[in-house]
Structure formats: C-alpha cells, structure tokens
Write a protein that binds this ligand. Structure first.
Ligand code: 4AZ
Length: 833
C-alpha cells in the first residue's frame, strides 16, 4: 500500500493531473451552489480563499485523533498507576519498623520522686538528655540511615543507686534490608560507645558524658505490640503500682481491666527491697503462649533477657517469684478479657535474703535440719549464690543431704541447667526429678556452694541434712539404693519400686525362704510379702511395714492379703469383707471371642477399651481404658513441649469409625513415666486422666481392660491382638477410618533381642515373622490385648511402642511390657487395686 502511494508521488503525469484538478476546484468553489449535481471536492486543494470559502473542516473524532487521544489516555493512566504504586511501596516500607527495648543504670545522678511523673519538668528533662545521648550514639553509627528515635519510658530508683533508665529505640528500614539488622549489633553499638577507663577498673564508663554502669546495659529486640502498649496510646491497661509497706499484700487487680489485649503492671518497691509476686490461680487458654500468657520480668519494660518466668496455661497451684531489684513488670496477654477475670495474684515487698550459714551437725543416721534455695518456697531468681558449711561432731561422720525431687550428679561437659553445686571442691549439676535422692559426703567438714544457673527463675529447692556413719551409710537392716536412699531390706525384690530408680528390684534371685518348718507353698523370692510361704509363718514375722499384696495375693479391705485362686472378681467372695468382688471393672466377657474375626476390619464393640487420642482435633495415638477416668498409653505420644500439655488432647471412647465416638473427654492430666527415654523408647508408658469420667450408662460400649499381675511372665507363641486406627501399610499417608485388628504372636525375648539388640526388660516383641500382621504409625499407645484362658479376661499385655517399619518380615512390633509397670500404675490409680 505504501509502495503504491510513493509511486504515485513520483509519477509526473500524476502531478499534472493534480494541478488541473486543483484549478478546477478553485473555479467551482468560487460559485458555490450554482452547479447543482456537482459535488465539491472533499479537501480544498491549492490556495484557499479564507474570506469567502465556508470551511468544511474534517470531523474532530476521526480515527487519527482517536488514536492520539487513546495513547494519551493510556500514558496518563500508566503514570497515575506508577505514582500510586510508588506511593504505596514507600508507605508500606516506612511501616517496617524495628523496635529495641533496653535499660542501663546512670550512676552519678540521684533519683528524684518527680521522675515518677511523666509530665514533670524533671522527667522530661532527664528523658531528653538520655534521648539525645542515644541519638548521638546511633546517628554516628553504621545504622544511622535507619535510626528513627529513642523514647525513654521510665526513670526509676533501684537497689544499686543512681537511676535506672528504661527506653525504646526505633529503627525504620525497607523490609528487604531487615536481614542486615541483628540484635547483637544494635546492642554492641551502645555498649561500645561507653568509654571505660582501664586504670580505675570500675564497670562505670562514660556514655557521651553520662556515667553508665557497663554491667547494667541490656538491649534486646522488642515487639511492636509491646512498644505500642507501653509507649503508644493504647496504654489504658498499663499501670504503675507502688509498694511502700513491708507487711502489706498488694493485690494485682487484673479483673478490673477490661477490653484489653495486653496489660502491663509495673511494680515498684521502696529502695533496698525486693518484690515477691504470688500467683494463686490463673485462667489462661493453654496454647503455648501464642495468644495467652502471663510474663514476669525483672525490669520495668518487656526485655526478653530479663524474663523471670512465663505462665502459659491455667494453674491453681500457688507460685511465687522474686525480683533481683526493687522493680518488676507483669504482662498479661489474652485476646478475650473474660479470661483475665480468673487471675488471683498479689505482690509484697520483701527484704533481700543472705543465703549462707555454718551448721553444726550432731545426729547420726537421721535428718536434723533443712537448707533451701533463696526465698523458699518461692521460685529462686536466676542470679543467686548460697554457701553452707557443715561441721559434724565426730570425725567418723559424714554429711547426708536429702534432696526433694532433685538430684545432683557429677558435672559433665554439657552445661548445668538447674544450679551448679561445688561440694568440697568437686563440681556437680542439679536436675529435677519426681522423687527424693540422698547425696552423702564422706567428710566431717563440708563446704557447699550453690550457684543458680538457669535463665529463668527455678523451682524451689529443699534439702534435709544430717550426719551418717561413713563406714556404714545405711542403718543395719536396710538396703542402699542407687539414689542414695536407704530402704528396709525387706522391701528389696518385692516387686515395688521403693528406691524410685528400681535399684531395689534389680538382680533379684529366687531365694528359698528359710523356713524352720516345712514350706507351705513357696510363691516368690522374699519374706514379708504378705504371703505365708512357711508353714509356721516365719517368713512373715518381724515385718516392719504395711505389706503390699503380690500378684498371687489379694489385699482385702482389712489389710490382710488373701490368696487368689482366680478369686478376684470371679463372683465368689474370698475376702471376709467381700472386697475381692468389689470394683470388678475389667473386660472378661468371653462373648467377645466369637466376634473377633480374621481380616483387618474389626467389628463394632469388639474392643471396648480401645481409645483414640486426638491432638488438636486429629487422631494421633491410641490408648486403653483401664478405669472410669484413667487411660494407659505410650510416653512417646506426649514427648515435646506441646504434646506434653494435656489441653490440646481429647480422648475418644467407644469409637469404631474414626470421629464417631460414643464419648469424648478432654484430658486433665498426662503422667509420662519419669524414666522414659526418647532415644531408646525405654519406659514407653504414660497414664492419662480424663477430665470427665465415662458414664456407667455406656458400659456396654466402653469397658476397661485388665492390667496384668505385676511381673507376669508371657508365653512366647501366645496369640494376642493389636488394634488401632493407624496406617494399614508402611507407605500409607493416613490412618484407617475403621478400627483395625490384627492377630499377632508373642515372640521370644531372645529372638526379639537378637533382632533389634536394644530391647530392654520393659519391652516385648509381638508380630508374625512373615510380617503379615503388625501395628504401624498411628497405632502407638494402643493395646496389645491377650485373652487369659483361665478366666476369659482380656489383659493389657503390651502398649504399641515402636518397630522397624511396619509389617516387614522378621521385624516384629515392639510393645511396652505392661506387667513391669503395675506398681507404677497403682501409684497413680490406686482404685485399680
Ligand atoms: C509408630 O510410628 C509405629 N511396626 C508404631 C508401631 C510400629 C512401627 C511404628 C511397629 O507409631
């Protein structure tokens, strides 16, 4: 097309014709309207006559103009969009603020009461001075570009003298650059700006002219929410509480606050004293501190490294915490105020306690006094130091220390989390446990130093002390446990874990009781077990304690053990008081037998003790009903911070199809065995207490399974059943919707040990060597049920624990051997006895 036009321009004949037409057109235009029928040319060509010629203008809305206008419109649109985008980006970038919160002590300025008033001239002037100093520090640092401002929040008195200044520092930077910001760097800039003199060797240096104690400088990254509630406008819930009287209890009136997401209570005591905060009860939503928490700080601002303690779940046990200075901050976070109404707390002013003494010990083989952690029974603060010196009256005596729920062991390369102890120049680390231990120092003079080493406040410690005969640590007739405790010799090898560490139940051999007369019936290794082995009853003489009945005897209500001949719960009264027929709850009905079918889907109601444990609404593990309110499961199901908290768990009882339980209860308490080892799965057992006992009316659908007799031996080759909603194949990604059952065989322990190597006496193997039937992921904690031939009762022989894959040939499933835990279960569920 373009080519054609160019040709036309260059063609001379075309040019001449153009001219002609132009001439003609001029003529025509000069006599308008006189030549009817002739149309004037569209465009005037040639010289126009402006005066007379009526202008025939081309319409404005032609294609060309349209294109121009459209292009201009697009251009304006693009510019506007770009401007808006740029504005948006720069606006959002400016919101990317980083908050730091800290404190330091100014040593050479005395506190004035006016500093408490934020509007006072004195406070404003002091705040301005500090802010100017901080401005100078950061505007001359590598972060000067991002530094926005510093805000002094508090200027307070303190027990070390001078002023304690709490402040916020705000930096603003594009989000993309946020990664260059490190907490240590920001803190280091401040600390490095303090000029200290090596000559006078004090920790006080000059920070742009202010005398600042180097050791007092703390600076942590802070939260925007903390900043806005402390500094911003939404501080309606934040308040100061001043305590000037030593004997008064100041309530923390938290229920009075309303509509707040976050409250800050700044507690300030008179100089020279400390604050003890006592929490009697608290109602919080237990969610690992995500939405709800109560945090106690050893400062007036929420400085992370000054946290004394954090509570994230409801509690009704009195807990108290002590500050290291005359101030404390309590912050409360809860999205719903109605939850805060359930908090009862108060604080007191207490004097600082010295933790040192020299003690003369006189008694032998008895505990004559107590020492404790500072501020006992309060949690002790993270910074503490105690020294005790013990001196015995005789050089043959040493010092015995009985620790309650605590133990000390030789310090290892690993850090010491819960206090380090120096005893006669040897170092030990402390750790908490659920039983007492005795530590003996075979020396008449003992120097002890305790240094608190935890980051937070730690649980109170109580230690009883006394003298002991170095050559004979336990009194005659008693056995020395590995934990240092002494237990009567008669309690050794009686099936009860009296030492707490089971050392009294190790290396037990069957010794024939020495009977002067003939043996009536030997039932077990020891005398004083409540069972008359000797005809003359000699084995039961001189027994010093209340006798535990054994697996073969039954303790009647009158404390007498009667021989069981399938006596308990068999409908025949054996005890004079009939107590052997009371509370007979566990499943015995042989009618179940004909309903157990081969294959994998079970029939509804076949396994009425089977429980599905749901964690945050999803099936996670199995368990077995052992009483109206207790379940037995595996410890590994509850290993970890969140999993060990009972709140997210629910127990689903009387269930066949996953999710359709006849009864659902929250879990009140989880008791994980204290020796559970997450590396080896040893002691893989846990008890769960239901918040609501299942109702009697459901006993057709929910029934407890029997706990085996203590120490019961199992027969290899015996057929048992494993049940659960776990995976049906190792490679499956989810569990079964219908309760599955599989028949498995109890496997010889030696075979089990030779398969896995790491099998302890607390484990047993079951499966089929072909690998056809097995438990799998999701079945953990569930029952291995064996039917006792003698009375048709179902016995909880095992708890699904672990194994190499699922259903692999020659790798049977490993189960917790329940018969090893009977005393432990009875300790928590005595009603099962
Ligand atoms: C588990 O992961 C699991 N085959 C349970 C049992 C077995 C293997 C794994 C035994 O919960």
């Amino acid at each position: 097309m373009r080519q054609k036009m160019d040709n036309e321009k260059n063609d001379p004949s075309c040019k001449s014709s153009d001219l002609k037409i132009s001439n003609i057109s001029i003529q025509v235009v000069s006599v308008p309207g006189k030549l009817p029928g002739r149309r004037p040319p569209r465009k005037p060509i040639g010289k126009p006559r402006p005066r007379k010629q009526p202008k025939k203008r081309a319409p404005f809305w032609n294609v060309q103009n349209k294109i121009i206008l459209f292009t201009a419109f697009l251009f304006i649109l693009a510019v506007t969009a770009w401007t808006l985008l740029w504005l948006y980006i720069s606006k959002t970038e400016s919101k990317d603020a980083f908050y730091f919160v800290g404190m330091f002590r100014i040593t050479n300025i005395e506190f004035l009461p006016e500093y408490r008033q934020k509007e006072s001239r004195e406070f404003l002037s002091m705040a301005k001075t500090v802010q100017q100093v901080v401005n100078l520090v950061y505007t001359t640092s590598a972060f000067s570009k991002f530094y926005k401002q510093s805000v002094v929040a508090d200027v307070s008195s303190n027990n070390k003298g001078g002023l304690l200044v709490h402040f916020w520092i705000v930096f603003v930077m594009p989000h993309a650059k946020g990664h260059i910001f490190c907490e240590e760097c920001v803190a280091a800039i401040l600390k490095d700006s303090i000029q200290t003199s090596i000559i006078n060797r004090t920790s006080v240096g000059s920070l742009q002219g202010l005398a600042v104690d180097m050791d007092s400088v703390v600076l942590n990254a802070g939260l925007r929410s903390d900043y806005s509630s402390a500094v911003g406008s939404d501080n309606g819930c934040s308040r100061y509480l001043y305590a000037d009287h030593l004997t008064l209890r100041y309530p923390l009136e938290i229920s009075a606050t309303s509509g707040q997401l976050m409250c800050h209570f700044k507690l300030v005591a008179i100089v020279g004293y400390l604050i003890r905060l006592s929490i009697e009860s608290i109602q919080l939503e237990a969610d690992n501190c995500i939405t709800d928490s109560l945090t106690v700080y050893d400062s007036l601002l929420p400085i992370r490294s000054a946290i004394l303690y954090r509570i994230c779940e409801p509690t009704r046990t009195l807990m108290s915490f002590v500050s290291t200075n005359n101030l404390m901050l309590v912050t409360l976070k809860s999205p719903y105020v109605r939850r805060l109404a359930g908090i009862r707390a108060y604080f007191e002013v207490i004097p600082e306690q010295k933790c040192e003494s020299t003690i003369l010990v006189k008694e032998i083989n008895s505990f004559e006094g107590k020492i404790s952690s500072p501020y006992y029974p309060s949690y002790y603060p993270p910074k503490c130091k105690c020294t005790w010196t013990f001196q015995t009256s005789l050089s043959t005596l040493g010092i015995a220390l009985k620790f309650y729920n605590y133990s000390i062991t030789k310090k290892s390369a690993k850090g010491c989390e819960h206090g380090w102890w120096e005893i006669n120049e040897h170092m030990y680390c402390g750790s908490y446990m659920d039983h007492e231990t005795i530590f003996r120092v075979p020396s008449p003079l003992v120097h002890i130093q305790l240094q608190c080493s935890s980051r937070l406040s730690d649980k109170p410690l109580l230690v009883e002390y006394g003298g002991y005969n170095i050559s004979q640590p336990c009194p005659a007739g008693s056995f020395r446990c590995s934990s240092g405790l002494c237990v009567p010799q008669a309690q050794r090898c009686d099936g009860v874990n009296d030492c707490f560490d089971e050392s009294d139940e190790l290396f037990c051999v069957t010794v024939k009781p020495a009977c002067n007369s003939s043996i009536f019936r030997q039932h077990g290794p020891l005398v004083c077990d409540g069972f008359r082995d000797c005809e003359d009853g000699q084995d039961e003489q001189n027994c010093t304690r209340s006798i535990p009945c054994t697996s073969r005897t039954f303790k009647c209500g009158n404390d007498i053990c009667f021989r069981k001949q399938n006596a308990q719960c068999d409908g025949i009264v054996d005890c004079p008081d009939g107590s052997d027929e009371e509370g007979c709850g566990c499943s015995r009905s042989s009618s179940f037998l004909h309903r157990i079918v081969g294959g994998s889907d079970s029939q509804e109601g076949t396994w009425p003790w089977q429980v599905s444990l749901h964690f945050v609404g999803s099936a996670y593990c199995g368990a077995s009903v052992i009483s109206r309110e207790w379940l037995l499961s595996a410890a590994h199901c509850f290993h970890g911070n969140r999993l060990s908290d009972p709140t997210p768990w629910t127990a689903h009882l009387g269930m066949y199809v996953q999710g359709n339980a006849k009864f659902v209860s929250p879990v009140r308490r989880i008791v994980v065995h204290e020796y559970y080892n997450s590396q080896t799965f040893d002691y893989d057992i846990a008890l769960l207490q239901l918040s609501i006992a299942w109702p009697e009316t459901l006993k057709q659908l929910i029934q407890p399974i029997c706990i085996p007799p203590a120490g019961q031996k199992v027969r290899s080759g015996e057929k048992c059943w494993v049940t659960g909603w776990g995976r049906r194949h190792e490679t499956d990604s989810k569990g079964s919707p219908v309760l599955q059952q599989a028949e498995v065989e109890l496997i010889d322990q030696t075979v089990c040990v030779s398969t896995y190597g790491i099998i302890t006496s607390r484990m047993l193997c079951a499966g089929v060597m072909s690998g056809k039937s097995d438990a799998c992921k999701g079945d953990s904690g569930g029952p291995l049920s064996c039917r006792r031939k003698s009375d048709g009762k179902w016995i909880l022989t095992g708890i699904v624990s672990w194994g190499h894959g699922c259903g692999r040939p020659n790798f049977p499933g490993v189960y917790t051997r329940v018969s090893n835990f009977v005393p432990w279960i009875h300790k928590y569920v005595p009603s099962l006895l």
